[in-house]
Design a protein around this ligand. Structure first.
Ligand code: PLP
Length: 395
C-alpha cells in the first residue's frame, strides 16, 4: 500500500472556501429529499462529465439545466398527469411560453379560447404576432366556431380546462379530435382543475400546463410552472426554456413537492366547500350571477359532470351587487389576494388584476364586469365559511 499523500496546509481563504464539504455525512437516505442548492456539480473525470453533458443518462451539472429537486418534481407531475414526461419552469407563464414555442415557428397559426388567463391572452395577442405567429381568439365552447377558425397553418389549439374566471368547460375530448384531424395539437392549461379533478392527456390533450403556485403546491409559498407531455414535446420545450432562461429554483421545486403530497385530500375538501358555497350564494338577492360548473344552470353542466366526476376544485365566481362593500365586509376574515388555490379562502378581482391586460370592451364582452369577484374556496370548516359569507352579504 502506498503512503497517503501528506495533507497540505492551506491559507484561511482556501479553508473558508472548502471547509465542511469533505465532512459531508454519509447517512441513510433522508426520508424527504434534501434541497440541492448547488449551482454546479463536480465530476470524477472527463468521461464522467462527458456522460452528463451528452444527456445519455439523467444528471445534474449546472443549475439552469435543472436541479435534482426539479427532476423529482418532473417525475411526480408526469405521473399525476399521466404523461410520458414533464418540464418544470420558473412560472406558469414560462411553462406555457416554452410549451407553445417548442412547437411553433413564424408563419404558424394558433387558435385560442378568448377566455384564458389575462397574461396568456397578452402573450398570444401581443408577443406571438411579433414573432410572426398568427392567433385567432374564439369561444372554445362553440365547436363550430373553433372548426371555422382552422387554417392550413394551424398548429395548436389552446384552452383552459376550467376557464379563468368564469369556469366555462371546453369539451377537451372533442377539441382534441378536431385538432388531431387537422394535424394540430391541443394544449390545455389545467391550473384550475389540477390532475386530482381532471387529466387532460387522458382525453387527448398533447400539451398540459399548470401554474404550480396554485393547487399543485397549495400554500402560496412556492412559485413555478410545468408542462406535462410526450418525451418528444417536452424535449422541444426544454430546449426553448433553457435558452430563454426560465429555470425553476431548487427551493420552489422542493416546496412544491411538499405541497403535492396532500393534493388529493385538499382537492376533495376544496371541491365540497366550493359546491356548498355556490349552492348558497345562488339564492342570495345581492348575488346577480354565480359561475360554477356544479350548478344546474351552468351552460356546460352535463359535459362538466361527465368530464369531472370527482368535482370541480375550489374556484367559483360571482357577480355581487356593490362588490366593494362586500369585499370590505369580509376584511379580516377572507383576504383580497390576487392569486388562488391556497388552503385558505381568498377573493380576487379579475377586472382589475388577472384580466386587466384585456381591453375593457373585451372584458365586458366575456362577462368580466367590475362587480365580478373570483372566490378561491379553501379547506376551512364549511359552517364557518358560510357564516362569513352570509354575514358579509347581509351587512
Ligand atoms: N394559467 C392560469 C389559469 C393562471 O391563473 C395563471 C396565473 O394566475 C397562469 C396560467 C400563469 O401562471 P404564473 O403566474 O405562475 O406565471
Amino acid at each position: 500500500m502506498s503512503d497517503p499523500k501528506p495533507a497540505p496546509t492551506y491559507d484561511l481563504t482556501t479553508l473558508a472556501a472548502r471547509a465542511g464539504e469533505e465532512a459531508r455525512p454519509n447517512r441513510a437516505p433522508a426520508l424527504v429529499e434534501p434541497i440541492y442548492q448547488s449551482t454546479v456539480y463536480a465530476f470524477a473525470d472527463l468521461d464522467d462529465l462527458d456522460r452528463a453533458m451528452s444527456g445519455a443518462e439523467p444528471a445534474a451539472f449546472y443549475y439552469r439545466n435543472g436541479t435534482p429537486n426539479a427532476a423529482t418534481l418532473e417525475r411526480a407531475l408526469a405521473t399525476l398527469e399521466a404523461t410520458e414526461a414533464a418540464l418544470v419552469a420558473g412560472s406558469g407563464m414560462a411553462a406555457i411560453s416554452a410549451a407553445l414555442l417548442g412547437v411553433l415557428k413564424a408563419g404558424d397559426h394558433v387558435i385560442t379560447d378568448a377566455r384564458v388567463y389575462g397574461v396568456t391572452y397578452a402573450l398570444l395577442a401581443e408577443e406571438f404576432p411579433r414573432l410572426g405567429i398568427e392567433v385567432s381568439f374564439v369561444d372554445a365552447c362553440d365547436l363550430n366556431e373553433v372548426e371555422a377558425a382552422f387554417r392550413d397553418t394551424t398548429r395548436v389549439v389552446h384552452v383552459e380546462s376550467l376557464t379563468n374566471p368564469l369556469l366555462t368547460v371546453p369539451d377537451v375530448p372533442a377539441l382534441a379530435r378536431l385538432a388531431h384531424e387537422r394535424g394540430a395539437l391541443l394544449s390545455v392549461d389545467n391550473t384550475f382543475a389540477s390532475p386530482a379533478m381532471f387529466r387532460p392527456a387522458e382525453h387527448g390533450a398533447d400539451l398540459v400546463t399548470h401554474s404550480v403556485s396554485k393547487y399543485l403546491s397549495g400554500h402560496s409559498t412556492a412559485f413555478g410552472g410545468v408542462l406535462c407531455a410526450s418525451a418528444e414535446l417536452v424535449a422541444l420545450a426544454r430546449t426553448r426554456l433553457l435558452r430563454l432562461g426560465g429555470t425553476i429554483s431548487a427551493f420552489d421545486a422542493w416546496m412544491t413537492m411538499q405541497g403535492l403530497k396532500t393534493l388529493g385530500l385538499r382537492m376533495r375538501a376544496h371541491s365540497g366547500n366550493a359546491q356548498a358555497i355556490a349552492d348558497v350564494l345562488v339564492n342570495h338577492p345581492r348575488v346577480k350571477a354565480v359561475y360554477h360548473p356544479g350548478l344546474s344552470d351552468h351552460p356546460q353542466f352535463h359535459l362538466a359532470m361527465d368530464l369531472f366526476p370527482q368535482g370541480f376544485g375550489g374556484m367559483l365566481s360571482a357577480d355581487i351587487e356593490d362588490a366593494p362593500r362586500f369585499v370590505k365586509a369580509l376584511a379580516g376574515r377572507i383576504p383580497l389576494a390576487p392569486s388562488l388555490a391556497d388552503v385558505v379562502t381568498t377573493l380576487s378581482w379579475p377586472w382589475g388584476t388577472s384580466h386587466r391586460p384585456l381591453p375593457e370592451a373585451e372584458r365586458r364582452r366575456l362577462g368580466i364586469t367590475p362587480n365580478l369577484l373570483r372566490l378561491s374556496i379553501g379547506i376551512e370548516d364549511i359552517g364557518d365559511l358560510l357564516g362569513d359569507f352570509e354575514r358579509a352579504l347581509d351587512e
